[in-house]
Ligand binder design. Structure first.
Ligand SMILES: [Zn+2]
Length: 160
């Protein structure tokens, strides 16, 4: 594989030394990803050129960028991130306990956002309630499905 990559490198005009560097980077990244206490949390957008984290990325900045896992530091492209997260949602869709565990890891800000997103998701139901009390809101939140909670958790994490 090494030789093949070097040949391809030569064909497209990349010097052998740079090919070695790229290979080393790919291996280091793979090692990080494989050493992660999964699930990965690909929530950090990386600058396309510097590969440094973007603090408050704009949609233009995240277009085509790579996403870093906040736990292991490994990174993947947007397509891999999307497939990974879909798999994660699929596996955990009906797992409320895993959901509560994830919720406990949210900070105050994220938790509030998560509640807002859940509220959004169930707004119609909320609007139909004749009396809107904190208790009613809590009841509604507590009875959200695991899928709704995951969606809200993911959005809350992605927005911070
Ligand atoms: Zn990870």
């Amino acid at each position: 594989m090494n030789k093949t990559i070097h040949k391809v490198g030569e064909m497209v005009g990349i010097p052998s030394r740079e090919t070695d560097q790229i290979l080393a980077q790919v291996r280091a990244n793979t090692a990080k990803l494989e050493g992660c206490s999964e699930p990965h949390d690909f929530s950090i957008a990386l600058n396309r050129h510097t590969k440094q984290p973007l603090p408050n990325p704009t949609p233009q900045q995240t277009f085509g960028c790579r996403w870093q896992c906040s736990k292991c530091g490994g990174h993947v492209d947007a397509i891999d991130k999307s497939w990974y997260n879909r798999g994660l949602v699929g596996r955990k869709l009906n797992d409320l306990n895993a959901c509560y565990e994830a919720e406990e890891k949210l900070d105050q800000n994220q938790r509030e956002r998560m509640m807002e997103y859940l509220h959004d998701a169930r707004r119609e139901e909320w609007n139909r309630l004749p009396i809107k009390t904190t208790e009613a809101f809590e009841w509604m939140i507590c009875h959200a499905t695991a899928a709704q909670r995951w969606e809200a958790i993911n959005r809350a994490v992605a927005s911070t």
